[in-house]
Write a protein that binds this ligand. Sequence first.
Ligand code: NAD
Ligand code: UDP
Length: 316
Amino acid sequence: MKKRILVTGGAGFIGSHLCTRLLNEGNEVISLDNYFTGNKKNIVHLLDNPYFEMIRHDVTEPFFIEVDEIYNLACPASPVHYQYNPIKTMKTSVMGAINMLGLAKRVNAKVFQASTSEVYGDPAEHPQRESYWGNVNPIGIRSCYDEGKRAAETLFMDYHNQNDVDVKIVRIFNTYGPNMNPEDGRVVSNFIVQALKGENITIFGDGQQTRSFQYVDDLVEGFIRLMSTPKGFTGPVNIGNPHEFTMLELAQNVIELTGSSSQLTFMPLPQDDPKQRQPDISLAKKELDWEPKVQLREGLVKTIAYFDDLLKNPNK
Ligand code: NAD
Ligand code: UDP
């Protein structure tokens, strides 16, 4: 059955893939975005579809629309961008959640929150299960994002418990793929762009810190599966690829796959940078029958092709 679906942050990296997938499944999709880190170019090709609309709006302001489902993705995700205006980042997470939950309550829509592995902070438990409460600095440079997302989770559960709103919460682990912003500052896009330009690859710290990288198609599949669970299954559910890599290993893979002659350069590690991160995905396997299919090198090849094309055709 065709559903009308609102995607906040629809012009962003993940949002653009989600809009495409939901349209391909025969739904009507409305993208809401203020284009802070997103780009119209990510979704402009969808405008040919009569069931797609894009709206410029800031999620911190109330928004009224009749929809069946809401995916709330609006929030800058890269440390460079969420630290640019930390007060705004917090407002986006908290007021954005309140506005979307209020809308869901009024129109009886199902509402989905894009939360993050950052709710675990610099984790003392490894790998991270959903039951782990995290190790987050409440007053550091990452707090606007981490605590904003934690407060949003609280709001989602409170609207569920107090007002019976049908909520779904996903905790996303580091995701990469086409449509990432080349200026984004995240590690995968930085390394690929640096390698393709033959510039030094910037390793923060000694490069021994780890992350577990997931390709965007796997993530979107997890979103769809979580959204189709029965009312009452709220999550949070970890969605990520448990294969863990050091930043040095990531850099080596990128150099090899691009055939680049770039050298490594070591820079200071940012404050509160988590040392390790790996999802425990038992819950997603059990409840969603989900596990990632695309492994790092396969996903990197597709992402490198995207950035290569973008750098060669900047006005496309
Ligand atoms: P992104 O920056 O590409 O997308 C975020 C989108 O939200 C952008 O289009 C931006 O313009 C929009 N936006 C920001 N503030 C807004 C506001 N106030 N009003 C309306 N729109 C606003 O990032 P992404 O990687 O696509 O992330 C999407 C969501 O997934 C975010 O909520 C992020 O926190 C979450 N997430 C992403 C990752 C990841 O690795 N990519 C990991 C964990 C969580
Ligand atoms: N990082 C790096 N070089 C860069 C960008 C990031 O070594 O040019 C490191 C960063 O310090 C962190 C990891 O890569 O340890 C992942 O950073 P990213 O900003 O992509 O995501 P997050 O820290 O939010 O997981």
